[in-house]
Design a protein around this ligand. Structure first.
Ligand code: ZN
Length: 204
């Protein structure tokens, strides 16, 4: 399986990192080795002094597809999840300044948290109106709302599948809302869709 991530999909997050608003979705990939293993803590890697959490809504692909039109995109997923796109922000900043790829900052081992709980999309009246959030040590740090996405889920599936064949089990990270911040050793990160806890991660 592969992980396709969307960058800069929420205006307030683009502003907090002082990035330009993109013309098209910004895409990058994470390998399956980036997935944080179940029940394991996240270890801050030695090559970064500034790892950030980014909570993101996830979509799990359930059929093979390429050149999927937006109007058919809803047939390619049933499940909605939640995860964290851990980012070595200091390293990413250096790579961005040089115009280099971001993989070292985004695709390292453990950098993709995929919450163990998946919710059927039928549980939601409208997938373009889902609330999600992240708590750090019991304090609310990020609050997202899919209605604020620059590109909605079906538009992302259309755009991504122009470039990459989507396969069963692939996971799309749909971008982070504002409020990203640094993790510290001994942090506890809990992700919620509506009021339902989807994951709980220890930072070591
Ligand atoms: Zn992200």
């Amino acid at each position: 399986m592969k992980i396709i991530c969307v960058g800069r999909n929420y205006t307030e997050h683009i502003e907090e990192l002082q990035n330009e608003k993109p013309q098209d979705p910004v895409l990058f990939l994470k390998p399956d080795t980036a997935i944080l293993l179940k029940k394991q803590p996240f270890f801050i890697p030695s090559f970064s002094q500034d790892v950030h959490y980014e909570v993101e809504l996830l979509v799990r692909i359930n059929r093979v597809g390429k050149h999927i039109q937006k109007k058919f995109a809803h047939k390619y997923y049933d499940e909605i999840g939640l995860g964290i796109d851990f980012t070595a922000r200091d390293l990413q900043q250096k790579l961005k300044e040089k115009g280099l790829p971001w993989e070292k900052a985004k695709a390292f081992d453990g950098a993709a948290v995929i919450g163990e709980k998946w919710l059927n999309k039928k549980e939601f009246e409208n997938v373009d109106d889902i609330n999600f959030s992240l708590q750090r040590n019991g304090e609310l740090v990020q609050k997202g709302e899919t209605s604020h996405m620059l590109w909605k889920i079906d538009e992302l599936i259309e755009y991504i599948s122009e470039y990459f064949t989507l396969k069963i089990g692939d996971v799309i990270f749909t971008g982070t809302p504002a409020g990203v911040g640094q993790v510290q050793i001994n942090d506890e990160l809990k992700g919620y869709i509506k009021n339902e806890q989807i994951f709980s991660i220890q930072v070591k």
